[in-house]
Design a protein around this ligand. Structure first.
Ligand code: HEM
Length: 487
């Protein structure tokens, strides 16, 4: 090992190192605070493991993108595997199975091909608007149905027609388990895998107990799409989908397919697990920001009214003409990050960065939250201010945030698709609905508390708000919107 210093970090305790320093929630903000003292790259350690936290886009690009051959592995997370998430791209170590899964998923979500899903996204958005008008109090459920329905249709040709659905129930129950804090940043079981064999009542057996209880639900999440597609294929009624295409390739004796059924079911659940929760979590955040910042909502609506008018719903063609709406989407992503620490990478070899030594096997976090709060880049970073991105003198000329979808060879394969989903939903809601503070029993406005879940993805805890058509004309526009299935 060269005699170079490790990146700086807070003082450690003997033997256990920083083990007691890891908070179970708001880790991104915790590391962002440390960055003020120790700089853009921080080192922490627990027995047998080094953690590197990258708090600036420059450091993340340099290591995770430019040196991606060394930083595209994932640390083993035995607890997630114990729960039954296997084989899941997000957890796969860098190697041939990782490449196979990455290729399978990327083929369906390439930048140039995601335009093919726009009719599906537009239809789902219109159904969402109708649901929000008819039962606004079920907002979170409608948002979850929206994000899920598109991905279920693409991955296994399933039509999710209502919020009460057997598969949606399975997935919701899996998501409740995924809200367990610390699953991706590492739990005691990930640091000491031997603990996975402890019974749940034994001290240290809490996490293995959770994994054992979650496993049957996770198994159902994998099995249901396969059973559904096989049944539809047997009847000759299977709709085109990721799973149907991959099963056909598998069954075609003249074709070349290195997939197994296990790979296909794993990839289908992965797209679903990676895409639905993150998308609806971001949309839920959008509602919260609109309740808290009516002035931003009004400004975006004014822009849409000028460009789109009130006789039609906005579409993808309008995007370039709506700079303030664009800024508002970026600010929603920056203001509270749905994956504040991304997903950890792992280094394969020893490395040197700016004269500091990064040991082989280090767990590397791109601290998206820290990058969003970096005062060198964003003025008054805790405030929600879409205009910050507009050129000076109207705005501050600050750069769009870029960290939300990760970096390098592990960057989110669904990012172009997610970006389209967020745009069409947010612009359509702004064009037609008014979001405001709900009133309590004595008619006083309820200001929602800015509080979030602490699991793998971070989304607001349930909060009340008022959602209603902006006018009689937009109510009619929503009611008459074409929801024919053209996909
Ligand atoms: C707002 C929506 C979304 C956000 C913020 C988001 C964010 C992320 C982030 C930060 C990562 C980790 C990147 C890294 O390790 O450097 C990731 C990975 C991943 N995302 Fe997304 N994502 C979103 C939507 C989606 C969608 C719609 C899909 C599916 C189409 C998807 C599928 C995946 C998969 C499969 C991975 C694992 C990639 C790998 O390990 O190689 N995500 N996402």
């Amino acid at each position: 090992r060269p005699k170079l210093p490790l990146p700086p970090g807070p003082p450690t305790l003997p033997i256990i190192g920083h083990m007691l320093s890891f908070p179970t929630s708001d880790q991104g903000e915790f590391f962002a605070e440390l960055a003020k003292t120790y700089g853009d790259i921080i080192h922490l350690r627990i027995p047998m493991r080094s953690f590197i936290v990258l708090n600036s886009v420059e450091a993340a690009v340099e290591l995770l993108e430019k040196r991606s051959h060394n930083y595209s592995d994932r640390p083993p997370l035995p607890l997630m595997e114990l729960m039954g998430f296997f084989p899941s791209l997000v957890l796969l170590p860098y190697g041939s199975r990782f490449r196979l899964h990455r290729r399978m998923i990327q083929q369906y979500f390439k930048r140039q091909d995601v335009v093919n899903y726009r009719t599906l996204q537009t239809r789902a958005t219109r159904i969402l608007l109708q649901n929000l008008v008819s039962t606004p109090e079920d907002r979170d459920s409608h948002l979850s149905q929206y994000a899920s329905s598109i991905l279920m249709r693409i991955t296994f040709g399933y039509d999710l027609t209502s919020g009460k659905d057997v598969y949606l129930d399975i997935v919701k129950s899996v998501n409740r388990w995924l809200d367990t804090p610390g699953l991706l940043t590492g739990t005691i079981v990930d640091f000491f895998p031997i603990l996975q064999h402890l019974p749940s009542w034994f001290p240290g057996g809490y996490y293995p107990g959770i994994a054992r209880r979650a496993k049957p639900e996770i198994q159902k999440m994998h099995d249901f799409p396969l059973a559904y597609v096989q049944e539809q294929m047997a009847k000759g009624q299977a709709k085109p989908s990721f799973m149907a295409a991959n099963l056909e390739a598998l069954n075609n004796p003249s074709g070349v397919s290195s997939n197994t059924i296990l790979d296909i079911t794993g990839a289908v659940s992965q797209v679903y697990a990676g895409g639905a929760e993150t998308t609806w979590g971001t949309l839920s955040m959008f509602f919260m920001t609109m309740v808290l910042h009516p002035e931003c909502q009004a400004k975006a609506q004014q822009e849409i009214d000028t460009i789109v008018g009130s006789k039609r719903l906005p579409d993808f063609e309008d995007r370039e003409s709506l700079p303030y709406v664009e800024c508002l989407i970026h600010e929603t992503l920056r203001w509270t990050n749905v994956l504040p620490l991304g997903i950890p990478h792992r280094s394969l070899e020893d490395d040197i960065y700016n004269g500091m030594f990064i040991p082989k096997g280090s767990v590397v976090f791109a601290n998206t939250r820290g990058m969003s709060l970096n005062e060198k880049v964003y003025s008054d970073p805790h405030s929600f201010n879409p205009s910050r991105y507009l050129p000076k003198p109207v705005g501050n000329g600050e750069p769009y945030p870029v960290a939300h979808f990760g970096f390098g060879r592990r960057a989110c394969p669904g990012r172009y698709f997610a970006d389209d989903s967020l745009y069409i939903t947010i612009v359509s809601i702004l064009a037609t609905l008014h979001i405001s503070k709900a009133l309590d029993e004595v008619g006083k406005e309820i200001i929602p508390e800015v509080k979030f879940t602490a699991g793998i993805s971070k989304h607001p805890l349930p909060f009340k708000c008022k959602v209603e058509p902006r006018s009689e004309a937009t109510r009619v526009l929503i009611e008459r919107a074409d929801t024919t299935d053209y996909f």
